[in-house]
Design a protein around this ligand. Structure first.
Ligand SMILES: O=C(O)c1ccccc1NCC(=O)[C@H](O)[C@H](O)COP(=O)(O)O
Length: 209
C-alpha cells in the first residue's frame, strides 16, 4: 500500500520519513497554507531522497503554467489538485506534463458528490478522497464518513485522506480498502513540523500492509 505523508517543510524530516517507510511525500504549493513551501524549499527537501520516493506537489485553483513551472524547477514526480479543478483542466494538465502522476483530490461532502469522482478517472492517474471543510482546503484533521466509502471502487487507484492518525488508521482500513493513505496533521506537532515518533508509530501499526 502507498503511504503519503503530506505537508513536509523540513529537509531532515523528509529523509527521516522516507526512511521510516513513506512511499510518497507531499509538498504544499498553496500560498495560503501554513505548510506552504517555495520551489527552493522543495528542492532542498528532495535533494537527498532515494529516487523510488514519489514527490507530490499539492496545488489548488492555479494555472497550468504555474504548476508546470514548479514541477520542472523542483523535480516533483506528481501533482495533486486540491481545489475545484474540472476534468477538462486535468486533461489539459496531462497534455502539458505527460510523465507526471496526476492526483485529483475530492473534498467529499456527501454520497452524491462522491459520484462525481467518475468524471475524472479517464483524465487522472489517481484519486484522493479528503474530508470537506467549509473554510480550509486541506490538512484539517477532519475525518470522512468511512461508511459511505465502503462501496467506492473507482476504475483508477485511490488514496484515503482526512484526519487519519496512528490511532485510527487500522479502524479506517478495516472499513475501506484504498490503494494508499495520506496523512498530514495526524502526524504533526504543529503545521509543517512532523512528529517523527507519530510517523514511526504509524508504520509500526501498519506492519506489512
Ligand atoms: O495541508 C494543507 O495545508 C493543505 C492546504 C491546501 C490544500 C491542501 C492541503 N493539504 C492536502 C493534503 O494532502 C492533506 O494531507 C490532506 O488534506 C489530509 O490532511 P489531514 O486531515 O490533516 O491528514
Amino acid at each position: 500500500m502507498r503511504v503519503k505523508i503530506c505537508g513536509i517543510t523540513q529537509p531532515q524530516q523528509s529523509i527521516a520519513i522516507a526512511t521510516l517507510g513513506a512511499t510518497a511525500l507531499g509538498f504544499i504549493c498553496v500560498p495560503t497554507s501554513p505548510r506552504y513551501v517555495t520551489i527552493e524549499q522543495i528542492q532542498a527537501a528532495v535533494a537527498q531522497l532515494p529516487s523510488k520516493i514519489d514527490r507530490i506537489g499539492v496545488f489548488a485553483n492555479t494555472s497550468i503554467t504555474e504548476i508546470s513551472q514548479t514541477v520542472l524547477a523542483s523535480g516533483l514526480t506528481g501533482v495533486q489538485l486540491h481545489g475545484d479543478e474540472s476534468p477538462e483542466f486535468c486533461y489539459q494538465l496531462r497534455q502539458s506534463l505527460p510523465q507526471v502522476e496526476i492526483i485529483k483530490a475530492m473534498r467529499v461532502r456527501n454520497l452524491e458528490h462522491l459520484q462525481t469522482a467518475a468524471n475524472y478517472t479517464k483524465f487522472v492517474d489517481t484519486l484522493l478522497l479528503d474530508a470537506y471543510h467549509p473554510q480550509h482546503l486541506g490538512g484539517t484533521g477532519q475525518t470522512l464518513d468511512w461508511q459511505i466509502l465502503q462501496e467506492f471502487s473507482p476504475t483508477c487507484p485511490w488514496f484515503l485522506a482526512g484526519g487519519l492518525t496512528p490511532n485510527n488508521i487500522l479502524d479506517a482500513l478495516s472499513q475501506v480498502k484504498p490503494n494508499g493513505i495520506d496523512l498530514s496533521s495526524g502526524v504533526e506537532r504543529s503545521p509543517g513540523d512532523k512528529d517523527l515518533d507519530k510517523v514511526a508509530l504509524l508504520f509500526q501499526r501498519l506492519g506489512n500492509r
